[in-house]
Ligand binder design. Sequence first.
Ligand code: MTE
Length: 320
Amino acid sequence: MLIKRRTPWTLTENDVTPKSMYLSRRRLMASFGAAGIAACGPRGEAAGAAQEAETGLRFTKTDYFPAGDLTPVEAVTGYNNFYEFGTGKSDPARSSGRLTTKPWTVAVEGHAERTGTFALEDLVDFNRLEERIYRLRCVEAWSMVIPWVGVPLADVLASFNPTSDAKYVAFETYLNRDEMPGVRWPVLDWPYVEGLRMDEATHPLAFLAVGLYGDVLPNQNGAPLRLVVPWKYGFKSIKSIVRIRFESEQPPTSWNKSAAREYGFYSNVNPNVDHPRWSQASERVIGGGSLFARRDTDMFNGYADAVAGLYAGMDLAKNY
Ligand code: MTE
């Protein structure tokens, strides 16, 4: 079934995107040499047709803002931040092969009527997946435009009937020392944790992704389930989620615990509030054709019309 959503940030009508469209795009890019960036992940160009047919997701396409050039899949899956697999950008693609994503369960806890441990397939309705093209703007001042596949976070949270005591939602990443070589180093206080205020989490733009570029998520991008909060810096988009907890108090978050002066709880993309060590006014466009491709950073990453109201009356320089 096609779900039509007309929202301020929706640009065009829906359509079901056949996987073949992306595949032909990927082949086209490869023929132009874009594949030279990195051969990454188990589902690169070399994957056979049978495997693609097996792993491909079926979804409803919605052309969400921003329109324009998608970041080549090789950059999306080869230039990552997933510190559990190392701090280098190519470490996650190289060393996430041992991550076990099947079966996958998520513990749902806290202020909700329905709690317990749920299989991924019971949490996410794979018959109602949609695609959203969202820009991911990393706090390190680079960005990518990625066709995510998943479901609205609001729909998943509503299925647990949170009570009126649920003011925040906390998320936690999987932690396994045998499968995640990066957690041998105390770069962060593992497991990685993140959180959102309830009204942020239930905003229609907040998304739970199970795929990108029409396929299931590669491990390095947070398989099998990750958050995408497009108006916030990328570190809020926690990967490989195993726990969701409805909280009455603001939950701790990994980067804030690590360096509170540099990384706040809100972390809304804001070109006017610099990181203490660098400017946030512009960003490097990853895979943008030239190593030096840059763009001006947009307030709330371009989603201000949709989300600015969530922060009315708040001082965004203090609540960074
Ligand atoms: N989630 C976990 N568990 N561990 C991480 O290191 N890095 C974050 C976020 N989610 C991270 C994480 C950061 S800093 C960014 S920019 C995005 O993931 C990067 O997502 P991508 O690799 O899919 O582009």
